[in-house]
Ligand binder design. Structure first.
Ligand code: AMP
Ligand code: MG
Length: 396
């Protein structure tokens, strides 16, 4: 049995991002990770622009009481004109400073009478002018490989004329649920059968992580059928098989993996729930055998599969994202395993979340999931923790 950190390292260490592709800078780029530098295509601002509504002027012409002839109106994105001494052009925020002008007299400092404007204040050269390139120069580095395309970054790249970005291609995840007892949710109940919930839970988690999901109808506990579907599922980047990964007479997943040439890296991790997690590889495909219990499946997906997807997607540090919080009541690890306590998370007075583990904690206790917001982590070896103890939080 592996410790959590050791098992995580076995999944993540040496895992390289997928080959890059060029995608347009649109919603499909959002949240992905750059595989190449992104540089400004143009200067920003691209030309001298006014920061104010007012009049484009020659600063030397303007002092309190000076009168200037208004020779035109300049709008953002519109045409231009040339300013002669003694003249001014009405100008709107964002418009280009016309040739001949070197400052903007803001509208609040003027009085207009017909086509004559009178200044009520002076201006210095450059006043209210945003200079070409004062923000960014063409060729400037805007983002590096490994940077996530967050909304602010997308905005910066778009403004600097970047139309496409290089990002690792979208990973393909194949999800197979096994178990002869499984019924699709929403169908009539049947004796001895249970509703299948790992497809929706695990499938949603991997899709939220940006993967392309390939799903299959649930597979009964049958050796030949299991192997056949696994062989098909091995064509993607990650294969997830839920259920059947233990050692009962109806657990066919591990022998099927072996027959398909998947090499075991580890089986069993010192976590609760999720101990029977199996991990292996065939070529470049990562293969996870998830315990079928719904809580185990969720915890293992959040701890191992989402980090693997983030790494394939190009993130530098892909370890699980844990928040910090406090226990609202005493709790602790059980079975000497790092225990993920399904919890209600309530903001404390100082804003730090306080975790109240739900009464029911078994890995099959799906009812408790309905009232939970995530998991409080009680590390193995920590012993009983008092109310108020600081803990990691895993939110899904
Ligand atoms: P297994 O990992 O196949 O031993 O399954 C462990 C427990 O999880 C059993 O009680 C199964 O009935 C249940 N289970 C397995 N797969 C699913 C699933 N996809 N959805 C809900 N429960 C499941
Ligand atoms: Mg089973």
């Amino acid at each position: 049995m592996k410790d959590l950190d050791e098992a995580l390292a076995l999944v993540l260490d040496g895992l390289a991002p997928l080959a890059p592709e060029e995608v347009p800078l649109d919603a499909q780029a959002a949240g992905r990770v750059l595989a190449a530098e992104a540089r400004a295509v143009i200067d920003l601002p691209p030309f001298d622009r006014t920061a104010m509504d007012g009049y484009a002027v020659r600063a030397a012409d303007v002092a309190p009481g000076a009168k200037l002839r208004v020779i035109g109106d300049l709008a953002a994105g519109g045409g231009t004109l040339t300013l002669e001494p003694g003249t001014a052009a009405r100008i709107s925020t964002g418009a280009a400073i016309p040739p001949g002008a070197d400052a903007v007299l803001k509208v609040e400092d003027t009085e207009l009478d017909g086509d004559t404007v009178t200044a009520t204040a002076g201006v210095s050269p450059g006043l209210h002018v945003r200079r070409r390139g004062e923000d960014v120069h063409a060729g400037d580095l805007l983002a590096r490989p490994g940077d996530v395309l967050t909304v602010p970054r997308l905005s910066a790249l778009a403004a600097a004329g970047v139309g496409t970005v290089r990002v690792p291609r979208v990973p393909r995840v194949d999800l197979i649920v096994t178990g002869s007892e499984l019924l699709p949710p929403g169908t009539p109940p049947q004796p001895g059968k249970i509703y299948e919930s790992n497809s929706i839970a695990v499938g949603t988690l991997v899709q939220q992580a940006g993967a392309r999901l390939v799903s299959y109808p649930s597979v009964p506990d049958d050796r030949a059928r299991t192997q056949e579907v696994i062989e098909r599922g091995l064509e993607g980047d990650i294969l997830i098989v839920s259920g059947g990964v233990s050692v009962g007479p109806h657990d066919h997943v591990k022998p099927a993996f072996a027959a398909c040439g998947v090499e075991e890296v580890f089986w069993r991790v010192r976590i609760k729930p999720g101990k029977p997690l199996w991990f292996g590889r065939r070529g470049g495909t990562l293969v996870f055998g998830l315990p079928g219990n719904p809580l185990s499946a969720i915890v293992c997906t959040a701890l191992f599969i989402l980090p693997a997807l983030r790494r394939l997607g190009g993130e530098r540090d892909a370890r699980p994202v844990l928040g910090r919080g406090r226990l609202g009541e005493p709790a602790g690890p059980s079975d000497n395993r790092t225990t993920f306590l399904i919890s209600k998370l309530v903001p404390g007075e100082d804003g730090v979340p306080v975790a109240y583990p739900t009464e029911r904690q078994g890995s099959h206790m799906t009812g408790a999931l309905g009232e939970s917001d995530g998991f409080a982590v009680a590390p193995h070896g920590s012993g009983p923790l008092p109310a108020g103890a600081e803990v990691d939080l895993l939110r899904v």
